[in-house]
Design a protein around this ligand. Sequence first.
Ligand code: C2E
Ligand code: MG
Ligand code: MG
Ligand code: MG
Length: 294
Amino acid sequence: RAKVAGRARYEVGDTIGNAAALELLKFEQGLRRAIDNNQFDVYYQPIISLGDGRIVRLEALVRWHHPQLGLLSPASFIPVAEETGLILPIGEWVMHEAARQVQEWNATLTADDPLSLCVNISARQFEKHRLVPGVRRILEQTGLDPACLELELTESLTMQDAVLASEILRDLTQLGASISLDDFGTGYSSLSYLHRFPISTLKIDRSFIGAIEHRKESRDIVQTIITLGHNLGMTVVAEGVETEAQMHLLRSLQCDLAQGYLFSRPVEAHRVAAMLKERRQGGTLARSAEATKN
Ligand code: C2E
Ligand code: MG
Ligand code: MG
Ligand code: MG
């Protein structure tokens, strides 16, 4: 216990007193019970096509309804979950719940134009003998089309052990799922691995997007990532799009997809269903003249 607390780097700073350690322990015990007590919730954030403004993917983002602390964002508990290994059951729960939900929407609301589900996978989950069978089982149990499942990994995770990573990625793509690199540009990738791994999407980190209007360097980096991705046959997503100007600029740079508060924050399932019904009636989330003309 003390070891876990002592290694805790999360929110508590460098030195951690007994009181804080006890709090952390209580927090961890709460986290342990949270699945059984149904306290997790999957929020979904739409990813839209910059070509026509339609929702094409949904990213699953976990939330914890903490009995005392209220609604917690992943930044406040994912690090503890990773440290303790609880991310394994939590991650499986999230993937199962989101796959079930997206499969239901695809069967009822989006049949002609199914949505893909994007699920975050953290380093601790990137383990061949658990991740691959886990994904296979979830696909079987929920009936989600494997072509609709996209796993989001970070650069550093895939670069740690390239041989192992390429095996796991191969197994996952053999199941029919696809792979995205999340927060792209903030880690370090070997370009040769980018080429060798079966990666189909690059998600440009939002730190670059936030500055594209004002900083030429950011715009140049974004342009370079888009060109790189396209040259490797990948789809490129911009994360953290908050303004119309950013959206227009990204469209002019030929970026394929975008995600951000401009279109929607991550929302609860019932609100996604409402958005999808609206979409079926021809609505789009990109509030721009060009996008809505289509
Ligand atoms: P991420 O995968 O990069 O997810 C995108 C994050 O950016 C989300 O934060 C989202 O709410 C936020 N975001 C989206 N658009 C905007 C925008 O326009 N402006 C700003 N400022 N932020 C925006 P969230 O939901 O707090 O998740 C944070 C991180 O936690 C995720 O980053 C992901 O790394 C991790 N995470 C979330 N859910 C899961 C999960 O189920 N499993 C694992 N392993 N990690 C998860
Ligand atoms: Mg992500
Ligand atoms: Mg990201
Ligand atoms: Mg991230």
